[in-house]
Design a protein around this ligand. Structure first.
Ligand SMILES: Cc1ncc(COP(=O)(O)O)c(C=O)c1O
Length: 430
């Protein structure tokens, strides 16, 4: 493949934007090489500045569950655009989107729209702290909740890809209030509650740890978490920014019967535009300003363009759509598992619905500790083999892939063939 134009733009970019990118993982540091600069997307494909076509399994890191430039979403957005881009005053569309979220997620009795997943999680822990009058929070090693200071402790995604799960610039005062447990290890949460009685405001968790690859919760992990929270007077916050409206109509909250106190959303609810939301039980949400005293605001919150794209996206996520996403995901998982079994390859595949990760290890994956033992060199080689053959995967072992409704059997089969060729080098290492 020719990357000349992307290389030239990347050189220019690095002079004016840190690392040449506006979000760290895009720089390809975890895998090396030049990131293709994307010119356009259509359905399941993206095209770079050099004209290369890729089957896209990143989908803008999750929002594009309908695929790129879905014609009806684009039309609806175009119509709204001509009526104005922002008012800083309430619009009916915001109410419609809030109603749609609440209808799908009964644990969210009220929601507040914000501009990103990061804002949603920051606002949710402020609310939990305000409600409980406590300072400390528990998060999980490798869970990523955006780049709010309180979350850049043992963080996943880009932070772990670059070996910086704890960012400089986070004050020791903030860091001391974030306590870190291990995903799928309820005993570690219990220990922290024992060590800090009456001090913990909330536990925040990605119900599926998608920011170190796709790791599902085991058994009744989420329910036990909720029980522990309530025994100890803390709130359970499910961070569904990635999983919300992706893994089920009601997200992971529905899939695992979690009934969280507070939930955070993003990605899919904006259909590719900047948005976030937090919601939860009415008794808590009514403590948010202007009804209650816990302050949170935003100039562009509830932006009509983003809200329209979200409404149009959610409308198309019918029960049949989730069955189709599950079917496509299973096709990929089963095809990969057969290839692994056939040659006894040191690979493990994990999937929930349309979220999927191929881990370069033959050990089971329960949490970040296990992912850290993957063969990262093998992942890099696989990643570049896939990219060169026209399949665009997340450029880090610590990330999940996303299937959209624009993908089909042919593209999954084609991806499986390319994938089998791309990890064939592992056989030589046996
Ligand atoms: C689970 C989770 N929470 C929060 C965020 C932050 O969202 P945003 O990047 O929109 O700020 C992300 C982003 O990937 C995420 O995956």
């Amino acid at each position: 493949m020719n990357f000349t134009k992307s290389q030239n733009i990347f050189e220019r970019a690095q002079k004016v934007i840190p690392g040449g990118v506006n979000s760290p993982v895009r720089a390809f540091k975890g895998v090396g090489g030049t990131p293709p600069f994307i010119k356009k997307g259509q359905g399941p494909f993206i095209y770079d500045e050099d004209g290369n076509q890729y089957i896209d399994f990143v989908g803008s890191w999750g929002p594009l569950i309908l695929g790129h430039a879905h014609p009806e979403v684009v039309d609806a957005v175009a119509r709204v655009l001509s009526d104005g881009t922002s008012f800083g005053a309430p619009t009916e569309r915001e109410v419609v989107l809030a109603e749609m979220i609440i209808d799908r997620v009964p644990s969210a009795e009220m929601v507040r729209l914000v501009n990103s997943g990061t804002e949603a999680t920051m606002s949710a822990i402020r609310l939990a702290r305000g409600v409980t009058g406590r300072d400390k929070i528990i998060k999980f090693d490798g869970c990523y909740h955006g780049h709010g200071d309180s979350f850049l402790i043992a963080a996943g995604s880009g932070a772990i890809t670059f070996g910086m799960p704890n960012s400089p610039g986070v004050t020791t005062g903030t860091a001391k209030d974030t306590l870190v447990a291990k995903f799928n290890r309820i005993d570690t949460v219990n220990d922290i509650f024992q060590q800090h009685p009456d001090q913990i405001a909330c536990v925040i968790v990605e119900p599926i740890n998608g920011n170190v690859g796709c790791i599902p919760p085991e058994g009744s992990f989420l329910q036990e978490l909720k029980t522990l929270c309530h025994i100890n007077g803390a709130l359970l916050i499910l961070d569904e920014v990635m999983t919300g409206f992706r893994v089920a109509r009601g997200g992971a909250n529905e899939l695992y019967n979690a009934d969280a106190d507070l939930l955070t959303f993003g990605k899919v609810i904006g259909g590719g535009f900047p948005i976030g939301a937090y919601g939860g039980k009415r008794e808590f949400m009514e403590q948010v300003s202007p009804v209650g005293a816990i302050y949170q605001a935003g100039t562009l919150s509830g932006n009509p363009v983003a809200v329209t794209a979200g409404i149009e996206t959610l409308k198309r996520l019918t029960p049949t759509a989730y069955l189709e996403l599950e079917r496509l995901g299973k096709l990929w998982e089963d095809g990969t598992q057969s290839a692994i079994d056939k040659d006894n390859l040191p690979l493990t595949i994990k999937r929930v619905g349309s979220m999927i990760t191929l881990f370069f290890t033959d050990h089971d994956i329960r949490n970040l500790d296990d992912v850290n033992h993957c063969d990262f060199e093998a992942f890099k080689r696989y990643f570049h083999n896939m990219l060169d053959a026209g399949v665009y995967l997340a450029p880090s072992q610590y990330e999940a892939g996303f299937i959209s409704l624009a993908h089909d059997d042919y593209l999954i089969q084609k991806t499986l063939e390319i994938s089998a060729q791309s990890f064939a080098f592992l056989k030589d290492h046996q």
